[in-house]
Design a protein around this ligand. Structure first.
Ligand code: NAD
Ligand code: TDX
Length: 342
């Protein structure tokens, strides 16, 4: 099996490459990654060079992408498309890279798969559905209407629509997955969970947007990637699969869990973290109903205890300071430009 994995030097993509190399001894992976600020070469360190190749290029560049996809000629060969600008806060400050990578990049990937009749799996997010009220019993299903809120989620929604159109109009053999919030090793320190862990590891106070009532549906990155592999193996081209692990928690709950696990709960009425300026247009709640994916693909999440998963994630950031320390100061300086303690 030969795979082209776009965005394979980012958080979820790098974890995916590690899983493929470990579990599929005959697989060869070509990572196509633009090596933006979100990528890290050392996330792929130690992988066998005869089985993993890194091509540093923009997936929106049609020549490069077409050339790599043309090499996929076997019956199990596929493109797994993770590449994207992924951070909502950045999309509010500077939307253009999101339009370029998420929409134009997906267009180039689709055109290459169309030209060479190659199977594609497109990795997307539950944020395309917008948000739910906190007290709404509903969850997102494959029938939920798209209603994205931020430039990030709007560009991911646009990319999903391109994939659906290329399936219907050109018969491209593509699947889509929409997954909830991931956590685990190799996640950039700009994101909620690693930001708080690394703040505590560097003696800074964790930062909670607004009151912390917003709810996210957490899934371990390995469970997400196991579902992606199940879709590649058993998914039906043209279908959309929702991926989630019933992991709904408010940001406040997750913050308290992290502070507790790291022995930083504060004293004398001080919670040990700061409430800071809320994100503009901040989505209230995401929740995924993944029952169809579970039934049809026989996939089940394995890491269902968030406290346990966070504890292992904290250990990873403790043990891998070299991986995140070089960028930590720059990320916090950027947040400090707009963030005020409430
Ligand atoms: P990330 O920001 O950690 O990694 C993205 C990677 O894509 C980086 O290595 C970056 O260099 C690369 N990239 C960006 N633009 C590119 C381009 N034009 N050409 C080639 N490479 C490019 O993101 P992530 O959290 O690993 O997310 C991966 C995918 O999963 C994204 O499509 C995202 O929308 C989706 N997703 C993420 C989550 C989550 O919780 N992180 C949840 C659901 C879906
Ligand atoms: O310092 C923070 N404090 C805080 O309270 C940060 C960085 C975030 N937050 C809040 C905002 C969100 O409600 O935590 C929640 C999670 O924030 P992010 O990690 O930025 O994730 P989110 O915006 O929910 O989007 C993530 O999940 C869906 C990924 O970044 C997306 O790529 C994915 O599609």
């Amino acid at each position: 099996m030969r795979l082209v994995v776009t965005g394979g030097a980012g958080f979820i993509g790098a974890n995916f490459v590690h899983t493929v190399v470990r579990d599929h001894p005959h697989a060869h992976v070509t990572v196509l990654d633009a090596m933006t600020y979100a990528a890290n070469r050392s996330s792929l360190a130690g992988l066998p060079s005869d089985r993993v190749e890194l091509v540093e290029a923009d997936c929106a560049d049609p020549e490069v992408t077409d050339g790599l996809v043309a090499q996929l000629t076997g019956p199990q060969d596929a493109v797994v498309h993770f590449a994207a600008e992924s951070h909502n806060d950045n999309s509010l400050a500077t939307p253009w890279p999101f339009v370029h990578s998420n929409i134009v990049g997906t267009y180039a990937v689709l055109e290459a798969c169309r030209s060479h009749d190659v199977r594609l799996h497109h990795v997307s997010t539950d944020e395309v559905y917008g948000d739910l009220q906190l007290d709404d019993p509903a969850k997102f299903t494959p029938a939920t209407a798209y209603n994205p809120s931020s430039p990030y989620s709007a560009t991911k929604a646009g990319a999903d629509m391109l994939v659906r159109a290329w399936v219907r109009s050109f018969g491209v053999r593509a699947t889509i997955s929409n997954c909830s919030n991931n956590y685990g090793p190799y996640q950039h320190v700009e994101k909620f969970i690693p930001r708080q862990i690394t703040n505590l590891l560097t003696g800074q106070r964790p930062r909670l947007y607004g009151s912390g009532a917003n709810v996210r549906d957490w899934i371990h990155v390995d469970d997400h990637n196991a579902a992606v592999l199940a879709i590649l193996d058993r998914g039906q081209p043209g279908r959309t699969y929702l991926i989630g692990a019933d992991g709904e928690h408010s940001n406040l709950e997750v913050m308290q869990m992290l502070c507790d696990l790291m022995g930083a709960t504060g004293t004398g009425g001080d919670p040990g973290f700061d409430h800071v300026t809320d994100r503009p247009g901040h989505d209230l709640r995401y929740a995924i109903d993944a029952s169809a994916t579970r039934t049809e693909l026989g996939w089940q999440p394995q890491h269902t205890d968030l406290r346990e998963g966070l504890s292992a994630t904290i250990e990873w950031y403790r043990d891998n300071r070299d991986w995140w320390e070089p960028v930590k100061e720059r990320v916090e300086a950027r947040y400090a430009r707009t963030e005020k303690v409430l």
